[in-house]
Design a protein around this ligand. Structure first.
Ligand code: RI2
Length: 320
């Protein structure tokens, strides 16, 4: 029930943003474990695996989701009784939520160092991690101004401008197609990530690659803010990140679409920005050039893939 509700909210994007999705999934698994009545560790594991797969099916692109689920599910390993397994899930989930929140705070500290007094920043979509850097720079007394895009079709830009406004940051709100018109007024692009591949490509909200392309052409630096659990261990074997394609009705109302039988609405939610378009990825462990993404995967997530223990690696989720 708890898991089904959370899964539904994630699917409908009532809960959205890669970090928030991951924390909501960890919390749902914890609450599911606490409510579970299984008396053997096998039965408990079975219930939890069903819950985990319900959550994993919600949104395919944000790697934070499987990484969080796998990390929490590793709490079952080595448990001999249902109670031990339950305790394992609860402590792993709490640890994940704590370290995820701490990661955003740490990213703000590292990321704001790359924002200079007087900078004009462009951001796309609504990223908690990216905004944390911008808000930290503002709180440090740096005079900054932001361009925020609208982000069709779900208009996450509205959430971004409200947050920036509430922080007292001077903000310009522009349609997505105006990025190239304003890029020469911009000193730095700061964006989030839904996934980072082993070769440093960043999967983020649709339109990000156009923003980065315009920035590279105008010699404007691009900084990505991404927690280590957004890095994708599976890509070490060349697996591509699946790009979620959402309903066309998010772009064009059904009443209009049905009058246009020859028109198909395409609505990919994310795109891929190659590493060459990115100058820096700021994680809670420090800032790296995108070409060093493999180090994060090796040192903090582990190379192994597939099983529920896959992302534990060398224990990099200790909260930094
Ligand atoms: P944080 C969002 O996806 C955006 O693409 C955003 O850039 C990214 O997650 C990271 O957000 P969506 O859920 O985790 O809006 O930094 O599709 O908040």
């Amino acid at each position: 029930m708890i898991v089904a509700e959370t899964a539904d909210k994630i699917k409908r994007m009532e809960i959205r943003g890669a970090g928030r999705i991951a924390r909501a999934a960890a919390e749902a698994l914890r609450d599911h474990a606490l409510a579970d009545r299984a008396t053997t560790s096998e039965a408990f594991r079975h219930d939890m695996e069903l819950a985990a797969s319900t959550l994993l099916r919600t949104r395919p692109t944000a790697v934070s989701l499987p990484n969080a689920v796998h990390m929490v599910m590793a709490g079952i390993e080595r448990a001999k009784t249902a109670d031990e397994a339950k305790a394992g899930i609860v402590s792993r989930a709490d640890e994940f939520v704590r370290s995820s929140q701490h990661a955003v705070e740490q990213i703000a500290v590292f990321g704001s160092r790359h924002i200079r007094d007087g900078d004009t920043i462009l951001t796309h979509c609504n990223s908690e991690a990216a905004l944390s850097c911008i808000i930290a720079a503002h709180r440090e007394g740096k005079e900054i101004e932001v361009f925020a895009t609208e982000v069709r079709p779900r208009n996450q830009g509205l959430v971004t401008i409200r947050t920036l406004n509430d922080a007292g940051i001077k903000t310009n709100f522009i349609v997505d197609s105006a990025v190239r018109s304003f890029i020469h007024d911009v000193d730095l692009v700061v964006i989030g990530a839904d996934a980072v591949t082993v070769n440093g490509a960043v999967v983020n909200k649709i339109g990000t690659s156009q923003v980065a392309h315009a920035a590279v052409e105008a010699r404007v630096n691009v900084m990505v803010a991404a927690e280590t659990y957004k890095f994708a261990p599976r890509t070490t074997l060349g697996e591509l990140i699946e790009i979620e394609e959402r309903s066309g009705s998010e772009v064009l109302p059904d009443e209009i679409a049905k009058t246009l039988p020859h028109v198909t609405v395409r609505n990919p939610a994310f795109d891929v920005t190659p590493a060459e378009y990115i100058d820096l990825i700021v994680t809670e462990k420090g800032a790296i050039p995108p070409q060093m993404a493999y180090v994060i995967i090796r040192d903090y997530l582990g190379w192994e893939i597939g099983e529920f223990s896959a992302v534990l690696g060398t224990g990099g989720f200790s909260g930094a």
